[in-house]
Design a protein around this ligand. Sequence first.
Ligand code: SF4
Length: 92
Amino acid sequence: VNVDQKLGVNKFHVDEENAHIVMKEGNIDRAEYQKLVLACPAGLYKINDSGDIQFDYAGCLECGTCRVLCGKTLLDKWEFPLGTLGVEFRYG
Ligand code: SF4
């Protein structure tokens, strides 16, 4: 069983109205962003084939790694999802 398969058993209740993580607007420091590409366990920080930055908060595991690494440099907001929204970890 690989990591993607393990992540696949989790359920996500995505808050479509209210992103719980928001990146800063404007120029993004690429070296800084690369940290998130490498570190996010869910692989949500991406660089597409055109070299553009892509981030989607759906699928977040709420581990806080991006907040620790770049909370002051690249992120405008990092909060836990409201109420019953967000990841629901499942095992087995
Ligand atoms: Fe990825 Fe963890 Fe940040 Fe969620 S909290 S976006 S899983 S690094």
